[in-house]
Ligand binder design. Structure first.
Ligand SMILES: Cc1cc2nc3c(=O)[nH]c(=O)nc-3n(C[C@H](O)[C@H](O)[C@H](O)COP(=O)(O)O)c2cc1C
Length: 305
């Protein structure tokens, strides 16, 4: 039997439900080792105000923290490795960065096909570029990517995700906002992605896997959101370096700068980004070919280092 290592981190369980559904087609046909990453110290869920913002600098700068000892054996020869993760601040969540920067990940991933499964609000492209870099550093071969997102408009989904993350309640805020997160239908339908994965596993041919996944709509990028996100990630680096000048995560001296970042970000999202989006769509025809090229690149698994 072929062997698969599935490494995931999920706070609410949303990402784990997606990965479980993808793995349905493979269940019973391969030996699956599921590694749930357990951070030390644990990240709170629901998050408490400043603690939420305090995760930004280390996420963006990809600074590893602690993890409980892994259950998998890094000497084991897995046929496929699956990485499932949510996005934190346009970056990989700290537990996944910590895993990918560990000696065990380097050992187990070398020369192996890797598939990533993402469950985000809607801005995941920059984080996936970070992941592509870490997979390449570990000698893995990224063969496929599935990225599910919240399909509601960018602005209400910011409000609903903050409501969900800070209360732990996945309900309709004041009865008027849409449900937060990825729709139940999309999570359920994620099982369709398992069939091309099973085929690749059985044949050992992964070269056309991403094409087959894309045909099932494994990735859908909204051009306007991509444009905002790419600018946002560059600015996030400026903020993360500025905040880290006041110490490591948890240092109370960071609080004034974290509060500045919080209000800056909310202002940019609600007042600046609609204007930037409008400008983006007005000028769209002039930049058409460059935008198409970007969409193609970010939908794929190649990495421009
Ligand atoms: C600290 C934090 C920051 C987040 N930042 C982003 C982000 O930049 N882009 C995005 O699309 N989603 C973001 N999200 C939402 C997550 O990607 C994800 O949808 C949510 O955390 C649920 O995932 P779970 O499976 O871990 O429960 C963020 C969530 C948290 C907790």
């Amino acid at each position: 039997m072929k062997k698969i290592l599935v490494v995931t981190y999920s706070q609410s369980g949303q990402l784990n439900s997606i990965v479980s559904n993808v793995m349905r087609a493979v269940q019973g046909k391969a030996q699956i080792h599921w590694e749930h990453l357990k951070p030390i110290p644990e990240f709170p869920f629901p998050w408490k105000d400043i603690r939420f913002w305090d995760a930004q600098p280390e996420c963006v700068e990809m600074i590893p923290s602690g993890l409980q000892a892994f259950d998998f054996n890094p000497d084991e020869d897995f046929d496929l490795i699956i990485l499932g993760y949510p996005i934190w601040f346009l970056s990989p969540p700290i537990p996944l960065t910590t895993f990918l920067k560990s000696d065990e990940a380097k050992q187990v991933m070398r020369g192996k096909p890797i598939i990533t499964i993402i469950g985000s609000r809607n801005m995941w492209v920059s984080a996936q570029e970070d992941i592509k870099g870490m997979v390449a550093d570990n000698g893995g071969n990224l063969a496929g990517n599935i990225s599910l997102r919240d399909r509601h408009h960018n602005l209400p989904s910011v409000i609903t995700i903050i409501h969900w993350m800070t209360t732990g309640r996945k309900d309709r805020l004041w009865g008027i906002f849409p449900l937060p997160g990825i729709s139940g239908e999309d999570i359920h339908d994620a099982r369709k992605f398992g069939y091309p994965i099973l085929k690749a596993l059985e044949t050992g041919r992964y070269n056309d896997l991403q094409e087959k996944l894309l045909a099932l709509r494994s990735v859908e990028i909204i051009p306007g959101v991509l444009s905002i996100e790419r600018k946002g990630k560059r600015i996030f680096h400026v903020w993360s370096k500025f905040i880290r000048k006041k110490g490591e995560a948890g240092n109370p001296e960071r609080i004034p700068r974290l509060k500045m970042f919080k209000w800056y970000l909310l202002f940019v999202i609600f007042f600046v980004s609609p204007i930037v989006s409008l400008f983006f769509y007005i000028t769209y025809p002039f930049f058409y070919s460059g935008i198409r090229e970007n969409l193609k690149y970010y939908s794929g698994v190649d990495f421009k280092s």
